[in-house]
Design a protein. Sequence first.
Length: 249
Amino acid sequence: MLRKLIAGNWKMNGLKAEGVALARDLGIRYAEDEDAAFDMLICPPATLIDSVGEVIAGSGILLGGQDCHSETAGAHTGDVSAEMLADLGCSWVIVGHSERRQDHGEIDLAVAEKAKAVHRAGLCAIICIGETEAERAAGHALSICSRQLAGSIPTNATAENTVIAYEPVWAIGTGKTATAGDVADVHSHIRAELSRKIADADKVRILYGGSVKPANAAELMSVPNVDGALVGGASLKADDFWAIGQSCA
Ligand code: 13P
């Protein structure tokens, strides 16, 4: 069994005071829990990375960005590079989230370029994939995941620098979750597909995301090939996010 990764994607949420308070609360809990059976990662909005990094320093909680540009630096107004995220203490970057794919038209190739940039900066990429409701209804869930994996994983990916997050788009922020059986099917399919691209595919962590909450976390985290969670809404409440971590025990 791989050590579970519980990652909080705060998305575009949090002003400084509340973000810092949330991070401080989690930092205290994680630092005090010497037997924590999971790695905890927080991905705040770019505006809060520096201040969140300061309050979780020394707690053992990992820090990450939600996106990055594929270039190191240059004339790209509004973007941040992986090197800039590394400079603030990030060790992880989420790439290819469905909200980026939808809102910013990011295609698989662009996601692969971003993941390559994350690796270039010495960080770990969380590469997100997942089908829409219409694609699942049409019976294409597995083939969409295959296509996104084939196109979004750069050639230098290893189990050390890459994590996959399966986030069915229809389950994100909707309160709907995939059944344990559906998650098991997709995750074992992802594991098989990874072996075509990554030598140590059995060591790559595969996260589930989409309306993960304390009430469903234990069941989801016990599904074979589920090696953690990428949590949106519930990561904004310290009690809920902590309870999701505890469900890994
Ligand atoms: P929710 O947990 O709010 O459904 O969001 C999931 C997600 O998109 C995490 O990246």
